[in-house]
Design a protein around this ligand. Structure first.
Ligand code: FES
Length: 56
């Protein structure tokens, strides 16, 4: 499912990025631009990063 429509980033992409070492919303924003346009996705993206890091 798309988490960030503005940047076309899916939950799968976020989970894969966390598997590859990403560990915070800040990094996700810097590397994928998630939350840098309308900002609607920020809370959702943050919780996916948090869950994925916890499952790592
Ligand atoms: Fe992510 Fe707009 S949906 S910045």
């Amino acid at each position: 499912m798309y988490v960030c429509l503005c940047k076309g980033v899916t939950d799968k992409t976020i989970r894969r990025a966390v598997d590859d070492g990403l560990s915070s919303m800040r990094e996700l924003r810097q590397q994928y631009g998630v939350g840098t346009q309308c900002g609607c996705c920020t809370q959702c993206a943050k919780s996916i990063v948090k869950d994925a890091v916890a499952e790592r």
